[in-house]
Write a protein that binds this ligand. Structure first.
Ligand SMILES: [Zn+2]
Ligand SMILES: [Zn+2]
Length: 397
């Protein structure tokens, strides 16, 4: 199936339910225990644009687990449109530390915290050739960079969801198990891309093997360890011509960007015709470059293929793989889950000085007295009326 067929089955009348639409409406489908749903939440390039985010694939498993593989710039807009409670989006696996693969971690971190995530995030990612090139260093620096955000949110909301637990693993280890819980096993193999550190992920679940490859040029570890896998995602980069035409890059660099730091269409095809997955998925090109990439792939591979765009979704079982498109709303927002966030922690230092706090302009606060009275009555908060300590407070009567 390809996107060109994204229509649906025959409609039997003018006022009936249309069968077999090739669409997925978030939140309307329960996965079978042995089923995995994979959603492309980012498939583009580092210069993310409104219509296409950078690398991100959400894996949802029939046992209820959800894992985010890469979280590139712009991808949280697609993830949030799936309307999944923040408490279920806590596990992130990073293939490498280019921003087009983790540039939206800030949005998951802070946005999910505000939207009610009750627990810290967990991030799995590779070590580097030096300590300052690894995931531990990156996350420590991330938290340092966002310290103002952390301190103010920790005070106002509650601190623990602002923490990040890092599981750094050895990027050089081949076929290395980095996760094994609830019947899901995740292994890594090294990738060859720009410098030491990048990896690809191999995920075993319900007797199936699914693969998420981050950026890499063709490498022997990938081919060796993904043979015969059920569902294989691997990059197939924009063509060299794209870099010359759209980015005005020197042709030498265009070639190296496409086809030495990354994997070209024909090289992707060669990999797939060698490992023979049940279904192959390429990503990492702008949508209008897809035809060029597909033509390249088809020189060397004639098996099942999706050249991914944002919001493509696959349901995968041992029997079949179904491709559809997510149909979601631009206006989705936080969705509550069953677990309530812990309350604010008392005794934390207030990150606001007396000088700033005393700058409050009373008339505007008094103007909302009626609103606060109504809110207090509705939620029984009269005991907590904090206006009375304020110098500007004037009761309405
Ligand atoms: Zn990269
Ligand atoms: Zn990339």
């Amino acid at each position: 199936m390809s996107t060109a067929q994204a229509a649906g089955g025959m409609i039997e009348g003018p006022n009936v339910i249309a069968p077999d639409r090739y669409v997925y409406y978030p939140g309307t489908e329960v996965l079978a225990e042995d089923e995995v749903r994979v959603i492309a939440c980012g498939t583009g390039m580092p210069d993310a644009r409104r219509g296409q985010a950078s690398a991100c694939f959400l894996f949802e498993f029939g046992n209820g687990e959800k894992m985010i593989f890469d979280i590139g710039t712009g991808s949280m807009r697609n993830i949030n449109a799936l309307m999944i409670p923040a408490e279920y989006l806590t596990k992130v696996f990073l293939s490498h530390l280019h921003t087009d693969h983790w540039g939206d971690l800030d949005s998951l971190w802070a946005g999910g915290w505000t939207a009610g995530r009750p627990v810290p995030l967990e991030v799995w990612g590779p070590s580097g050739m030096r300590e300052d090139m690894g995931t531990k260093h990156a996350i420590a620096g991330f938290l340092q960079a966002f310290n103002w955000d952390y301190v103010t949110r920790a005070y106002k909301i509650t601190p623990s969801p602002g923490n990040i637990t890092v599981h750094e693993f050895d990027y050089k280890a081949v076929n290395n198990e980095v996760y094994n819980q609830n019947g899901i096993r995740v292994r890594t193999v090294p990738a060859i891309h720009a410098g030491d550190g990048p990896v690809s992920f191999i995920i075993d679940y319900a007797g199936m093997t699914l693969v998420y490859g981050g950026d890499t040029s063709p490498n022997k570890w990938f081919v060796e360890h993904t043979k015969g896998a059920d569902f294989v995602i691997h990059e197939a980069f924009a063509t060299p011509e794209f870099f010359v035409r759209d980015y005005n890059q020197p042709p030498q660099l265009a070639w190296r960007a496409c086809c030495q730091f990354h994997t070209s269409g024909p090289a992707f095809g060669k990999i797939m015709s060698t490992i023979q997955p049940r279904h192959a998925v390429s990503y990492h090109t702008f949508e209008e470059g897809i035809d060029g990439v597909r033509d390249g792939i088809r020189e060397t591979y004639d098996g099942p293929l999706s050249v991914a765009v944002d919001n493509m979704v696959w349901n995968i079982t041992k029997d079949k793989i179904v491709e559809r498109m997510v149909v979601s709303t631009d206006r989705a927002s936080g969705v509550p889950g069953p677990t309530r966030q812990p309350p604010p922690v008392r005794g934390q230092a207030n990150p606001m000085s007396k000088f700033i706090a005393e700058g409050e302009w009373g008339p505007a606060f008094n103007a909302q007295n009626r609103l606060l009275d109504a809110h207090s009555e509705k939620y029984n908060l009269q005991e907590q009326d904090w206006r009375k300590q304020r110098p500007w407070y004037e009761p309405t009567q």
